[in-house]
Design a protein around this ligand. Structure first.
Ligand code: HEM
Ligand code: HEM
Length: 144
């Protein structure tokens, strides 16, 4: 089960990046184009939200199954930047990113028919994307 989840988490990461970038770019286009946020634009926001939610459920399970997750947490592991990334920094920052992206979508959903939906998605998805990019284990991904 571990290997399957590890691969799933690794492949889903592409969908997360792709989805969040598409949502973000389309929100920026709407924002600077001064358009009204429609239900179609809300659905473009879902492109980023859905893979992100799936990924966080898979990541959470992985955290309890992987030898790099909770199992490796210790004072010693704290002193090693690679193990600290896996058991602490990556999970913490990713959860924070998921919360930001969810808040962005959730606000935008209630702003259909106004012009502010684009701004909610643009700001919160951009912050989430920065956190995600800052704590992807780039040494191990997308494979060596
Ligand atoms: C949007 C959210 C996330 C993204 C984009 C993401 C991305 C990644 C990537 C690219 C890897 C490296 C995979 C590889 O070695 O090929 C990884 C590993 C890992 N992630 Fe995430 N992740 C996310 C959320 C989470 C969350 C929320 C948790 C835990 C609560 C988590 C726990 C882990 C663990 C434990 C590993 C190491 C797996 C192993 O190789 O044993 N991830 N993640
Ligand atoms: C397989 C996993 C998941 C998928 C595919 C998924 C998918 C979705 C989708 C499609 C929405 C948007 C619904 C809408 O348009 O109103 C959503 C919203 C949301 N989800 Fe998830 N989700 C998953 C897991 C979770 C988990 C585990 C949690 C929390 C523990 C969570 C918390 C939320 C919250 C707070 C919202 C925002 C509700 C709002 O629109 O205000 N999701 N999710």
């Amino acid at each position: 089960m571990y290997t399957g989840l590890q691969h799933l988490h690794s492949y889903l990461a592409y969908l997360v990046l792709l989805g969040v970038v598409i949502s973000l770019l389309s929100a920026l286009a709407g924002l600077f184009g001064g358009k009204t946020f429609t239900d179609k634009n809300r659905k473009l926001g879902l492109l980023g939200l859905i893979p992100t939610h799936l990924q966080w459920v898979v990541g959470l399970i992985l955290y309890f199954v992987s030898p790099l997750g909770l199992e490796s947490a210790s004072g010693e592991a704290m002193k090693n930047s690679v193990s600290r990334l896996y058991f602490l920094e990556h999970p913490l920052m990713m959860v924070l990113a998921v919360v930001l992206i969810t808040v962005g979508y959730s606000r935008a959903k209630r702003q259909v028919g106004t012009t502010s939906g684009f701004k909610s998605i643009a700001i919160f998805y951009a912050l989430g994307l920065i956190l995600i990019l800052s704590r992807i284990p780039w040494n191990a991904w997308p494979g060596n």
